[in-house]
Structures are given as structure tokens and as C-alpha cells.
Design a protein around this ligand. Structure first.
Ligand SMILES: [Mn+2]
Length: 178
């Protein structure tokens, strides 16, 4: 079993990134930040964290996308704006990210940008958007922001969403077989 923390779109709220990473660092096998921190790529808060550039990030040291393999799981990670992730009247447009995830031989794709949390299987890739912890949008925006924790077992992917004070939001849980 392996566990991964996924956070995105904090838009200047450095304290919440530090708080979430401190809360989970010792309990997970990988930390992902999906862009739009509006911080520097070499900020201390990103020590040991896999990051990508968001459309609101100025530091060219952030990469556009990356593939990372941890505990036998290959992740494709990107913010989403470079892959047309925003789709009117839908959760997200996953087509271009799915093609890139396939090219990377990834089982899991991580993105942000839309500020709409969720997790779905699409073209044999598990897509996870943790939502924005600071500027949430959509039907669950009244939660005040979310981040995600992925647990991978031999049989399943379990995606859990948490609010800003680390409370589980059970109704958002997604479980899919591997
Ligand atoms: Mn954003």
C-alpha cells in the first residue's frame, strides 16, 4: 500500500501549503503540488515536493509537466492550462492530458487549474484534481477548499478529499479497482 498527497491552486496562501505538508509529510510516500502557488520554485515549502508550473506562476524554474514513478505507480503531473483542461459546463477536458499520460506510461494523472475537485477513470488513467484549497469553485465550493490523498493498494485506488482543517469529506470519496 502507498499513499500520496495532492495539493493545488493555493494562489499566494503559503501558510496553507506549509500546514498541509507538515500534517501529511510523515504519513505519505509522495507529495505533489499541481501549480498556481504564485511562489518561487525553490521556496523551502517545496522541499521534497513534486511541482509543476501554473498559469499564474512566474518562476520559469517550474517545469510544465513531469512523470514521476513512486512505489511502483507512474504519475503524469501538470497544471492543466497547457492541455486545455478547462471545459465549459463539465468537470474537465481530459483528452490532451490522457494522451500525454499514455505517452508517459502513467497510471495516474494529477492536475489542477479548474479549481474543481474530483477523481475519475478516463481512458484507463485515474485523473485526480484536488481542487483549490483557497479559491474553490463548483458545487462543493462551500467546503472552503479541498486537497486530496490517494491510497494505492494491490486491488484499488482510493481517493479521499479533505478540507482546510484536515477533515475528511466522506461524500467526495472515489474508489476504483486497479
Ligand atoms: Mn489556479
Amino acid at each position: 500500500m502507498a499513499k500520496f498527497l495532492i495539493v493545488s491552486d493555493t494562489h499566494g496562501d503559503r501558510d496553507i501549503i506549509a500546514d498541509i505538508f507538515d500534517h501529511w509529510r510523515d504519513a505519505v510516500d509522495g507529495l505533489f503540488y499541481n501549480g498556481d502557488s504564485e511562489l518561487s520554485a525553490n521556496d523551502d515549502v517545496f522541499d521534497g515536493v513534486s511541482t509543476v508550473i501554473g498559469n499564474m506562476d512566474d518562476d520559469p524554474e517550474f517545469v510544465a509537466a513531469r512523470a514521476t514513478t513512486l512505489a511502483g505507480v507512474t504519475f503524469f503531473q501538470t497544471h492543466g492550462h497547457l492541455y486545455q483542461a478547462t471545459q465549459f459546463n463539465a468537470w474537465a477536458n481530459l483528452k490532451l492530458m490522457a494522451a500525454a499520460a499514455h505517452d508517459a506510461h502513467a497510471q495516474v494523472a494529477l492536475f489542477g487549474h479548474t479549481h474543481l475537485e474530483g477523481a475519475v477513470m478516463f481512458e484507463d488513467v485515474l485523473f485526480i484534481n484536488p481542487g483549490s484549497i483557497r479559491l474553490p469553485k463548483g458545487p462543493h465550493a462551500d467546503l472552503g477548499g479541498t486537497y486530496a490523498v490517494l491510497t494505492v493498494t494491490d486491488q484499488a485506488y482510493q481517493v479521499r478529499f479533505y478540507n482546510r482543517v484536515h477533515q475528511l469529506v466522506p461524500q467526495l470519496s472515489v474508489d476504483v479497482p486497479r
